[in-house]
Design a binder for this molecule. Structure first.
Ligand SMILES: [Mg+2]
Length: 280
């Protein structure tokens, strides 16, 4: 039976190769592997080539600078050291070449290829970052880089930031992942000695909990300032940056990593909404 099946496949090779998937054959028919990272093509192109991406980053960091000035003015009289908490990947550093390699090499994200990329120490800084961080430094605000890069990658990360001329590139101001990817504990550590005046990231997880903490502090510090509303607080203390390449938006479509790459694509497609209507 198997021989008959394969004979039929070889005869109809042009149409059926794709459907064969990864089945092994002892014929000479070359079966091209299914692309597993092609979903990254357009988002990576947008990130690397679009004027919109460049301008969005510059605009967001200009806005971050304005908020920083306002928040420093509010906090200055309270007599604590001030801090900005900022994410690293796709917030400060541009790892889109790594995403491009996933497409070209037909790989999905893995720790080995990621570590290889990080060890090259060649990630560029995204538009607007340097100006913003130098502004923070000039205002007397310390910048803490809180990232979910593994702590094993501290040395190349530090080198990369130093090479890019970023202030506060030192062991005290870079907090990488030592266990949990939840950044709450690391933010708490900073809050023990500093008043956090702004948080910048490309994922809501970079600051969702921080939002609550800042809000609590703003309303319970004994000042006579009227409590700020949740929405105002969010927009006053957080700046979000665009990352169409990866993030929780994607993971939420297939509930984590327990499915194969081929299945992930199916989950993503199934999550598309062909009837979405805007809610007013
Ligand atoms: Mg990030």
């Amino acid at each position: 039976m198997q021989i008959k099946k394969w004979s039929a496949l070889v005869l109809g090779a042009t149409l059926l190769v794709g459907a064969c998937g990864t089945q092994k054959s002892n014929t000479q028919t070359e079966v091209k592997p299914e692309p597993i990272s092609d979903h990254l093509v357009n988002s990576t192109l947008w990130f690397q080539r679009s004027y919109e991406a460049k301008y969005t980053f510059e605009q967001a960091y200009r806005h971050a600078g304005t908020l920083l000035e306002q928040n420093v003015q509010r906090a200055a009289s309270r007599g604590r050291r001030m801090a900005v908490i900022i994410d690293l990947d796709e917030t400060v550093l541009d790892n889109s070449p790594y995403e491009a390699r996933l497409v070209v090499n037909n790989e999905s994200y893995n720790e080995e290829s990621w570590a290889k990329w990080v060890n090259e120490r060649s990630a560029a800084v995204l538009p607007g970052v340097i100006h913003f961080i130098k502004k923070a430094e000039a205002l007397g605000v310390e910048v803490f880089y809180v990232s979910n890069r593994s702590v094993d990658l501290m040395e190349p990360t530090l080198d990369n930031l130093i090479q890019q001329g970023l202030p506060f590139a030192d062991g005290e101001h870079i907090l990488l992942k030592e266990g949990d990817s939840d950044k709450t504990e690391r933010r708490e550590r900073i809050k023990q000695t500093h008043r956090v005046v702004l948080v910048v990231g490309d994922q809501m997880e970079d600051f969702m909990l921080e939002y609550t903490q800042i809000y609590d502090e703003a309303t319970s510090d004994g000042s006579d300032r009227a409590p700020i509303s949740g929405v105002d607080s969010l927009s006053q203390y957080f700046v979000i940056l665009p990352n169409p390449m990866y993030g929780s938006f994607e993971r939420s479509t297939y509930n984590g990593n327990s499915v194969s790459e081929a299945e992930k694509m199916e989950y993503r497609k199934r999550a598309l909404n062909v009837n979405r209507k805007m809610k007013q």
